[in-house]
Design a protein around this ligand. Structure first.
Ligand code: 5AD
Ligand code: SF4
Length: 442
């Protein structure tokens, strides 16, 4: 009987895509990927190290496995991903918490590690690579109409607060040809939307081809395929890329463009390599070129030395850009980063209060932006039943807004024209108008 493997995924979309790569590797080796933890012979957590809170959750979860270990003393437990890379032998030797530790560039060695663990051994592989992209691995995905495609790995930006360059290593890109081939295979299987993923997709390179070329190549696979991408670094948000998004109908008009702070002094300490004015200039260019574009961002509150004035400038940039949405975080010091050495001098209650102020302001702006859409029409791709009610469907607009509509004779994957009737800060509510396109046509 095949050994059963269960994987839990934490953190960003890159980890979700990595879990699909891991499942692809293990499936090919004859392991069975299972969804019921009690039936597993080995349990893995694909982890995130970006903030301390993410790591504490994983430690908490490890404790939950004790009862499973009592039932099955041969149960293998492993840590994959960014925490594996950051903590390495600490997890196996010092804390004796797990049997396997495997970093993001070593997933090809997992079958051997698992084999060793089933024979009572402990294994650790955390070498980072300058070339590994898993280009030839076919990810094992759940069936659906949307899919992630990882196009580049690692990050060379070295923002001073961030562990990613240490846990995921140097930037490297997959070949354009294999990404286009993968998109074609997905379309043939009924996928209607792909999201191209990387820590900093804008620095994608394959010979002469840059990210704008890649986007256009993927969008050309099928004019009915929606193409999204994340994450963009403001410094690399080129005019060519903006033009590609503006001119290609099926490249979605939504850009995640993390600003992190509105203060030049803090941006400099963060090594973000742009000023507030340069960032605003990129935003102006984007808004001028791409009609009805939606912008989202990431904000950190309480970076070392952040003053009340720096914080006010962050609030101000939110007012100026008027993002559709924002992900907001309290600064969390990470060992070995440059910011770690700057100390962590903003008290937690002040970080928290600033965070609340950022969230409240953004909620107001998101609501205003959503209300501006009431009475307008949009095309949505139907993703499935709404989470809250089985009499409603949920879909997304080109600009990545969630729209709820009453259930009708539709299928997941249908493209539907809707009119927006009402809005909250997170959701639009619509009614169906005009014609609908059947699943699969474009
Ligand atoms: N503390 C808080 N937030 C962080 N991020 C990255 N590193 C840290 C940290 N040390 C945030 C940034 C980034 C997002 C993915 O996580 O805003 O864009
Ligand atoms: Fe981290 Fe900055 Fe790279 Fe994003 S761009 S992964 S925040 S170092």
């Amino acid at each position: 009987m095949n050994r059963k493997i269960y994987i839990e995924t934490y953190g960003c979309q890159m980890n979700v895509a990595d879990t699909e790569i891991i499942n692809g590797i293990l499936d090919k080796e004859g392991y069975e990927i299972c969804t019921v933890i009690e039936q597993a012979d080995a349990i893995f957590m694909n982890t995130c190290a970006i903030r301390d809170h993410a790591e504490q959750r994983v430690y908490g979860r490890l404790g939950n496995f004790d009862h499973l270990k009592k039932r099955n003393p041969h149960l293998v437990v492993g840590i994959l991903g960014c925490m594996a890379e950051r903590l390495r032998q600490n997890l196996i030797e010092d804390q004796k918490l797990v049997d396997i530790v495997c970093g993001p560039d070593e997933y090809r060695k997992l079958p051997a590690l698992i084999d060793g663990a089933f024979h009572g051994g402990k294994g650790i592989q955390t070498q980072l690579s300058r070339v590994e992209t898993y280009d030839d691995i076919e990810p094992l995905r759940e069936e659906g109409i949307t899919a992630w495609i990882s196009v580049m790995r690692g990050c060379d930006k070295f923002c001073t607060f961030c562990v990613v360059p240490f846990t995921r290593g140097r930037e490297r890109s997959r070949s354009l040809q294999s990404i286009v081939r993968e998109a074609g295979t997905l379309v043939a299987r009924g996928v209607r939307e792909v999201t191209l993923l990387g820590q900093n997709v804008n620095s994608y390179r394959d010979g002469e081809a840059d990210f704008a070329d890649l986007l256009v190549a993927v969008a050309s696979v099928d004019s009915g395929l929606r193409v999204r991408f994340t994450t963009s670094h403001p410094q690399d948000m080129s005019d060519r890329l903006i033009e590609a998004i503006a001119t290609r109908e099926n490249i979605c008009s939504s850009i995640h463009l993390p600003v992190q702070s509105g203060s030049d002094r803090i941006l400099d300490l963060m090594n973000r390599t742009y000023t507030r004015a340069e960032y605003l200039e990129r935003v102006a260019m984007i808004r001028r070129s791409i009609s009805a574009v939606a912008l989202s961002t990431d904000i950190i509150t309480g970076f070392p030395t952040e003053t009340e004035d720096d914080h006010l400038q962050t609030l101000d940039i939110l007012e100026q850009v008027r993002y559709e949405s924002a992900f907001t975080f309290k600064y969390s010091p990470r060992e070995n980063t440059k910011a770690w050495k700057m100390g962590d001098d903003v008290p937690d209650d002040i970080k928290g209060r600033r965070l609340e102020e950022v969230i409240a302001l953004q909620r107001r702006i998101s609501l205003e932006r959503n209300r501006e859409l009431i009475g307008s029409e949009a095309t949505i791709l139907l993703e499935g039943p709404s989470k809250r009610s089985d009499t409603e469907w949920m879909g997304r607009t080109d600009a990545n807004r969630t729209v709820i509509i009453p259930k009708g004779a539709f299928e997941v994957g249908d493209t539907i024209r809707v009119r927006i009737e009402s809005a909250t800060s997170a959701t639009l509510f619509g009614t169906v108008v005009g014609r609908t396109f059947a699943h699969g046509s474009s």
